[in-house]
Design a protein around this ligand. Structure first.
Ligand code: PEP
Ligand code: MN
Length: 363
């Protein structure tokens, strides 16, 4: 995949700082857009103005965006402030209208990324066009679907691509509106190191009080930027009111970020990091040896169960084991959910080993 760096196409972008995209969830009026955009003069990190014009809503009869009449307002924002503009497109018609009205950057929303037919329709409409496209992750936690959408747009000849991590819709919602599942964007980054990746803390959190900490996490994970919904009076917003921040608040959030670099040239620090990494390597090897010893014991148990003709799984034993492991982990200061996930995986493997041996013992 050939991908251009952001600095190759965004003239005033300094790659040692995060790219910041801000603006309201939805375009509501020209005054609302201009008021927001002019407030960004005060926040030089903001390089791109966002605003939804066609809004994908989960249920009908909600505000679905003002549509085409709002496109000239984006052009006015650009004219008055010099900010580049971006909006969401979901169909070939949206693409055509954005190109007609000089929108600078397009984005594909999470619901659209999940549908290869729609992504292909957009890709076909973009053939022969040179415009940056941002691609949000699909709503479901499927990295392949996200990669597929990026490839479809790239195959249409678009090299100016940014991936946006906006979290995933999951059954057990914990802290956030959309679960960040950080492992997925990190895997994308490892697979495509050239692909710029930015974070959308607004749609991850659904709550303006949590935006700061998600921004910081994104920076700590070396993401390239942030897209933050910003509205002059968030509580009155026509969509996503709870997650939008005022321009003042945006300024504070950005000023409180602690920025890090991926590497550092200090030799002492390098040596110190190596010592610690060697410790990690040794501990990981010990973990692997322990897992091998555990596997040997599981096989002995399986053989004993086969002789006694008892089932591979004893429900009581599993419940008791899990409770003990979680209590022990907790008293060691380990994260409970993490311990649960590890022991679920270990136990699944143990049941699999036993049932495989049961199966073989019949032959
Ligand atoms: C948006 O950015 O306003 C939006 C609708 O986002 P998503 O596709 O992430 O839900
Ligand atoms: Mn929104």
């Amino acid at each position: 995949m050939k991908i251009d760096s952001i600095s190759s196409w965004l003239p005033n972008f300094n790659s040692s700082e995060p790219l910041v995209i801000a603006g309201p969830c939805s375009a509501e009026s020209i005054e609302q857009m201009l008021t927001t955009a002019h407030a960004f003069k005060n926040i030089p990190a903001v390089k791109i103005f966002r605003s939804g014009i066609w809004k994908p809503r989960t249920r009908p009869n909600n505000f679905e965006g003002l549509g085409e009449i709002a496109l000239p307002w984006l052009a006015e924002v650009k004219k008055q402030t010099g900010l580049l503009t971006t909006t969401e497109v979901a169909t070939a018609k949206h693409v055509e209208l954005c190109l007609k009205h000089g929108v600078d950057i397009l984005w594909i929303g999470a619901r659209t990324t999940a549908n290869p037919f729609s992504v292909q329709e957009i890709a076909d409409a973009l053939k022969g066009v040179d415009i940056p496209v941002m691609i949000k992750n699909p709503i479901n936690a499927d990295l392949q679907l996200w990669i597929g959408a990026i490839e479809r747009i790239n195959n249409a000849g678009i090299n100016k691509i940014i991936a946006i991590h906006r979290g995933f819709s999951v059954a057990d919602k914990l802290e956030f509106r959309n679960d960040p599942l950080w492992r997925i964007p990190m895997e994308l980054k490892v697979k495509f190191p050239e692909l710029p990746l930015i974070c959308d803390p607004s749609h991850i959190t659904g709550d303006r009080e949590l935006i700061q900490k998600v921004c910081q996490k994104a920076m700590d994970l070396n993401m390239d930027g942030l897209i933050i919904e910003t509205h002059p009076t968030p509580d009155t917003a026509w969509s996503d009111a709870a997650q939008q921040v005022t321009p003042d608040r945006l300024k504070t959030i950005l000023s409180q970020l602690s920025l890090k670099t991926e590497y550092c040239s200090d030799a002492d620090f390098g040596a110190q990091l190596n010592v610690l990494r060697n410790q990690i390597d040794r501990l990981d090897n010990e973990l692997l040896h322990t897992l091998k010893l555990r596997k040997d014991v599981v096989e002995k148990i399986a053989k004993a169960k086969i002789e006694q003709k008892i089932t591979a799984l004893q429900r009581n034993r599993f419940d008791q084991l899990m409770k003990e492991r979680m209590d022990a982990g907790k008293s060691l200061g380990l994260d409970e959910l993490f311990i649960k996930e590890i022991f679920d995986a270990i136990h699944d493997q143990s049941v699999k080993l036993q049932t495989d041996l049961f199966e073989r013992s019949k032959k």
